[in-house]
Design a protein around this ligand. Structure first.
Ligand code: BGC
Length: 480
């Protein structure tokens, strides 16, 4: 982290830092709007007479919206530009937060949360993209993990807001409605920021791109970078390149990370922590307080991850983290399954949740978002990242939507044992398939992941990549 901070100081200026902070409000909102529902749900359930199914739909509608948002933003970011997409998403965040707060029945709330989800999905894709295109290459990798830090901070702030407001009238309405403030800040902030130089070049607006780069870079770097952007813009890959043999193994790794990140049950904890604690016998008010601990643990261990990822490497963090969360899931299963444990070891539920979240935060949490920015060739990076993001939200929806039902059909113990078994599969997949990307060039990663039998098209793709300037080809992995 400290070497990252030094790099930021050396590589950039106040304009770029301010720009990244405003743009990362998208990550913050992603975290706030997904996290806030955990505490709000306890009150919504009562006031709107929401059944278990309704509650799952209230959580799930945002996630379905996010799938739509992640697909739409892939198109919008190209058609109207990154900046305008972010202004639209900030506005939608604000309007949909207010609409959620004013909902009179379950269906209105489900509708408002779906629209909110469109903005969340957009933010999860466009925020890292916009930041990545505007910050200097050498600190780009670090800022990808910074986005995860903003997500976890958003979740923590949501938990604190839930805790602080739990005693007041109309509490859940305030909890949901307050998300409008950062939404407004994002929309207004983006009005002040420039468009991404890469998008401007694609639109043949080179002069404007140069002006933006002059503000974001040292003078002597501007010409070289503009040339690089022009080269890359010419090379933009097609969606069908994604299915080419050269890229397929990387896509399997990216999709494996995207899907396992969700099906080990992370968001059953993030969205339902107070509900799980209530299952364990904790009171409503205490459960919201204990959830704040979970949020703090998430942020603290994400900071630890940012420091360790470049030292220990991605694989070690991923394997150790996933092993830790699997053990915690077995412990939770055991807790709910064995009546005597539940009666005499009440502390075990919260402890297991804390171990679970800490383990996720040092491994799968940041590593998924970081690695999808590292493993794909530049040409198809944006399309491949969008496919992985959509899969991530899709499986997030599936798991969150089925969780409460699973606790009824398989029992609470059975539900956590199921996620634990998936954790074991995840460890095997990561050990087998995920390469180490720390300190390696993209060519090295590509060689390890690529297949032996290349098609002509693949060969020419590799040749073009080999001819790319080294500084560009290895930028996301050189950041220790
Ligand atoms: C995941 C989210 C999750 C969050 C928890 C992110 O990496 O994509 O689904 O809620 O981490 O910190």
């Amino acid at each position: 982290m400290s070497s990252f901070v030094q790099d930021v100081r050396k590589e950039t200026n106040g304009f770029v830092v301010g720009l990244a902070a405003i743009a990362a409000l998208g990550g913050f909102l992603f975290g706030y709007d997904t996290g806030v529902i955990s505490g709000a749900l306890l009150f919504i359930g009562k006031e709107l007479h929401a059944s278990k199914f309704d509650q799952s739909a209230i959580v799930g509608s945002l996630l379905l919206g996010a799938v739509g948002g992640a697909i739409a933003s892939g198109y919008l970011a190209g058609a109207i530009g990154r900046r305008r997409t972010k202004i639209v998403s900030g506005t939608v965040f604000a309007v949909a937060a207010i609409a959620s707060a004013l909902s009179q029945d379950v269906w209105q709330l489900i509708g408002a949360r779906f629209v909110l989800g469109l903005a969340v999905g957009t933010a999860s894709f466009v925020a890292p993209m916009y930041i990545g295109e505007l910050v200097p290459p050498r600190i780009r990798g670090g800022l990808v993990s910074f986005n995860q830090l903003m997500i976890t901070t958003g979740i923590l702030v949501a938990y604190i807001v839930d805790f602080a407001l739990k005693g007041i009238a109309n509490n859940w309405r305030w909890m949901l409605g307050l998300g409008a403030l950062p939404g407004i800040a994002l929309a207004l902030g983006m009005l002040l920021l420039p468009e991404s130089p890469r998008w401007l070049v694609e639109r043949d607006r080179e002069d404007e791109a140069r002006r933006v780069l002059c503000r974001a870079r040292r003078r002597d770097e501007v010409d070289d970078e503009l040339e690089e952007i022009k080269e890359v813009a010419k090379e933009e890959g097609k969606l069908r390149d994604l299915l080419g043999r050269a890229v397929r193994p990387m896509l399997i790794v990216g999709l494996g990370l995207a899907i396992f990140q969700q099906i080990v049950g992370i968001n059953t904890v993030i969205y339902f922590a107070p509900t799980i604690l209530k299952f364990a016998g904790v009171s409503t008010s205490k459960s919201i307080g204990e959830t704040v601990f979970i949020g703090v643990t998430n942020v603290v261990f994400t900071i630890v991850a940012v420091m360790l990822l470049d030292k220990l490497g991605r694989r070690a963090s991923l394997l150790v983290g996933t092993a830790g969360l699997t053990v915690a899931l077995f412990a939770l299963g055991f807790f709910f399954q064995v009546a005597a444990v539940k009666q005499h070891a009440g502390w075990l539920a919260l402890t297991a949740l804390i171990v679970y979240i800490a383990s996720f935060a040092i491994g799968l949490g940041p590593v998924f978002w970081l690695m999808i920015a590292e493993i794909f060739p530049l040409k198809i990076r944006s399309a491949a990242m969008s496919v992985c993001t959509v899969a991530n939200w899709g499986f997030n929806f599936l798991v969150s939507f089925t969780f409460l039902q699973l606790t009824t059909t398989a029992g609470k113990g059975g539900a956590f044992f199921t996620y634990a078994a998936i954790g074991v599969l995840a460890i095997a997949f990561f050990a087998w398939k995920v390469p180490e990307t720390k300190g390696r060039t993209l060519e090295e990663i590509e060689t390890e992941l690529g297949t032996e039998e290349e098609t002509d098209a693949d060969r020419s793709l590799s040749r073009e990549r080999a001819e790319e300037p080294a500084a560009r080809s290895d930028e996301p992995v050189r950041r220790s």
